[in-house]
Design a binder for this molecule. Structure first.
Ligand SMILES: [Zn+2]
Length: 215
């Protein structure tokens, strides 16, 4: 049975919000709860599922603006990488569970692993579940996240993308924004088409390469 994944495109910045869980289970994680929490939770309910965890790829507003509503509803456990926790609004920090690289969370029978990929922000994290990778603002279809905002680091992005590019080719890539020619890609497809993936043999080449900046 394939993984349960529902991709929702929400907000003015073409964010992708994801519902993820084991097939035939109720427990579901929402990744980057933002813009329309009500709508996303309703979508989960339509699919016979209950959102139990809220995982955040990083602290930027367009990915976390649903956090207050998640907390207000109760019953949903929010998690963010420890390095991005201090960048959340002070009043919500206490209610969010910090994790470290390689930690995993059990969402019903599904294990979701935190794949720490700093570069866009210090705590930027991709989530791995089964054969899927949720890329946040680290890796987009045909691009990568920008590194020129506060906390960004192009050398770290280089190292992070290198590790992402070494995942099995059949890994499905679910990006954090709809910026590419397709909404869902794979690591193999990105190796072939993503210009940043083709600059990973040399840090100098990578740092010298600039495309249209992405969020
Ligand atoms: Zn971002």
């Amino acid at each position: 049975m394939p993984l349960y994944v529902r991709q929702l495109k929400l907000g003015p910045m073409e964010n992708f919000v994801y519902l993820v869980g084991a097939p035939e289970a109720r427990e579901t994680a929402i990744i980057d709860a933002a813009w329309d929490v009500e709508g996303a939770l309703q979508a989960a309910e339509e699919d016979g599922r209950t959102v139990t965890h809220a995982l955040f790829s990083h602290h930027h507003f367009d990915h976390v603006n649903g956090l207050p509503e998640i907390l207000a509803r109760g019953g949903i456990r929010p998690l963010v990488h420890a390095a991005d926790l201090p960048h959340l609004a002070p009043e919500v920090q206490r209610s969010v569970t910090p994790f470290s690289a390689g930690d995993s969370v059990e969402v019903g029978p599904l294990r979701i692993r935190a794949f720490h990929t700093p570069g866009h922000t210090p705590g930027s994290t991709c989530y791995e579940a089964d054969d899927a990778l949720f890329g946040g603002d680290t890796v987009f279809v045909g691009a990568c996240g920008r590194c020129d905002l506060a906390g960004g680091d192009p050398e770290q992005m280089f190292e992070s993308l290198k590790r992402v590019s070494q995942l099995p080719g059949e890994t499905r890539l679910y990006p954090g924004h709809d910026y590419g020619d397709v909404p869902v890609s794979s690591i193999a497809r990105e190796r072939e088409k993503n210009p940043y993936f083709q600059k990973l043999s040399s840090l100098t080449d990578f740092l010298g390469y600039r495309m249209r900046p992405r969020r």
